[in-house]
Design a protein around this ligand. Structure first.
Ligand code: NAD
Length: 484
């Protein structure tokens, strides 16, 4: 199978915060990869813009270093890299002052798509939107790419939306959730809506429950300052896990069109019941001999910020009434592994001799580390000796089915940045979706803040706090093992 790369028209892309960590680790390497693949041509320009003084020459050296550091050696082709660096230049720009804006405006082409990537904290969004407008860079053809976190509660998200809306139309705003750029997540939609097999069973009549796990083995590392003001609920559940839940739970959109998809996702969020306190567990990792505990990695030694959340959510609509969605995410867990599992109900009657085992089909969508989709089916154990049942995976591991080249997925940022240039908002969150998600998480966080209680400690390298296990056990269910 040969993948088709469709080149995009020449564009101008400005990375505001172009010298930051995200630009280094994700944005610049992603742009190089798309250039190397032939999708970005030599006439496009990429402008790094940030507060620090720097020449364009120095910025090109900065970009080269980032690309060499964060991509596999085999991806870095000397000639391609040299040509790519020619697209780059740098402008010293102050979001809060006048420095650099005229120079930036002078570099932009009015007849091209202009993508402005806000790779800075949200406290600068309002200033940036205002100055882009003032300097004639807000008109048609300009698209804003906005990073997470989009607010820290409903009120701040509304404020951000209003600040952007003063100068930009919603159709110009691309709120990134990089989980949506993952190939498997899009495959989830292809599997659901491109096959006859699954959709008739995709409801509470046939689905027992759903588990969404996003487990990290690392702790907060050097991001403690940011993380301690955020926590797992704001950093992961409100955005990434919520988006995954929406894609599983939404009704089939009439077409694969940005607003049709986002309308359906919004309906799901609005149909979520409030979470009762006994349906949610929050935890915080402890230290061991080798690794520090969370409280030793942040300023406050009695921090009550959660590094783990497990919860049971209910969606009150015809399709899902009675089918729980169990969500869990955390740091310093057993392994780095993210997956969605659809656990179907048992067959209504077994004609085989009972072996004491449950044999139900499970559809697993693995997001990382090995992207793939697996369907667990029950078959007869081969060989003589009667009818013994065994569960085996019908594995759709992309590397095996499509060959290594096809399964060498572009990073989520590559797809998402190209979607911005192409003007496709399907994989970006709309303002009302983000607000609805905060409206659901706000009362949970308020309850925690009000209680003053500390999260439950859990051992590093474990599957999370005891109470998270109980959340499942009391329903006669169990979490799937966290394994890559
Ligand atoms: P960073 O602190 O490493 O970089 C910030 C950048 O903003 C620097 O280039 C700095 O010069 C520039 N900047 C700061 N104030 C400025 C001003 N007044 N005018 C112009 N430029 C200014 O931050 P980061 O880690 O790159 O993160 C950027 C944004 O992306 C943040 O909102 C962060 O939450 C989000 N994000 C980061 C990551 C990541 O992996 N780093 C992941 C997801 C989201």
């Amino acid at each position: 199978m040969v993948s088709r790369v469709i080149p995009v028209e020449a564009f101008d892309l400005v990375i505001i915060g172009g010298t930051g960590d995200l630009a280094r680790r994700k944005i610049l390497p992603a742009l190089y990869q798309r250039f190397n693949a032939g999708q970005i041509g030599k006439k496009s320009q990429i402008i790094g813009a940030a507060r620090g003084e720097m020449t364009s020459e120095a910025y090109r050296a900065f970009a080269e270093e980032a690309i060499r550091e964060f991509l596999d050696k085999s991806d870095v082709k000397v000639r391609a890299l040299k040509s790519f660096l020619k697209l780059l230049s740098y402008v010293t720009l102050d979001a809060k002052g006048e420095t650099g804006w005229e120079e930036l405006a002078g570099k932009m082409h009015s007849d091209r798509i202009r993508a402005i990537y806000f790779s800075v904290g949200p406290s600068l969004f309002g200033d940036l939107a205002k100055r882009l407008h003032k300097h004639g860079m807000a008109g048609e053809g300009t698209r804003l790419v906005v990073e997470k976190p989009f607010g820290r509660d409903l009120a701040s998200a509304k404020e951000l939306n209003q600040m952007l809306a003063r100068h930009f139309d919603e159709s110009q705003i691309y709120r990134i959730d990089h989980y949506l750029g993952k190939e498997t997540v899009q495959n989830l939609m292809a599997v659901r809506f491109g096959n006859m097999l699954f959709e008739p069973l995709w409801n509470s009549q046939y689905v027992d429950h759903i588990q969404i796990t996003v487990a990290e083995s690392v702790g907060v590392g050097t991001r403690g300052g940011y993380y301690d003001r955020s926590g797992a609920m704001r950093d992961m559940v409100q955005n990434h896990l919520m988006q995954l839940l929406c894609l599983i739970a939404m009704e089939p959109p009439a077409k694969f069109d940005p607003d049709a998809v986002r309308d359906e996702k919004l309906k799901v969020i609005r149909a979520l019941d409030p979470v009762e306190p006994d349906n949610i567990v929050r935890g915080q990792y402890e230290g061991d001999g080798e690794r520090p505990g969370y409280r030793n990695q942040v300023e406050s030694r009695d921090s009550t910020t959660e590094t783990f959340v497990a919860l049971k959510a209910h969606i009150s609509n015809w399709r899902w009434a009675g089918t729980p969605f169990y969500l869990r995410t955390g740091k310093r867990l057993k392994d780095r592994a993210s997956e969605i599992a659809i656990i179907f109900k048992d067959a209504p009657h077994s004609i085989f001799e009972e072996d004491g085992q449950r044999h139900n089909n499970i559809l697993t969508i693995r997001l990382q580390p090995n992207e793939g989709i697996e369907l667990g089916v029950t078959i007869k154990e081969p060989g003589p000796g009667g009818m013994r049942l065994v569960d085996v995976p019908l594995d759709m591991s992309f590397a095996e089915v499509l060959g290594p080249d096809e399964a060498d997925f572009p990073d989520a940022y590559e797809r998402l940045i190209m979607d911005v240039i192409r003007g496709n908002q399907t994989l970006f969150m709309r303002g009302d979706e983000v607000e609805a998600a905060w409206a659901w998480t706000d009362p949970i966080i308020a309850e925690w803040d009000g209680s003053g209680q500390a999260p439950e400690p859990y051992a590093p390298g474990s599957s999370g706090p005891e109470s998270a296990m109980f959340l499942m056990h009391r329903d006669g269910r169990r979490w799937r093992e966290i394994k890559p």
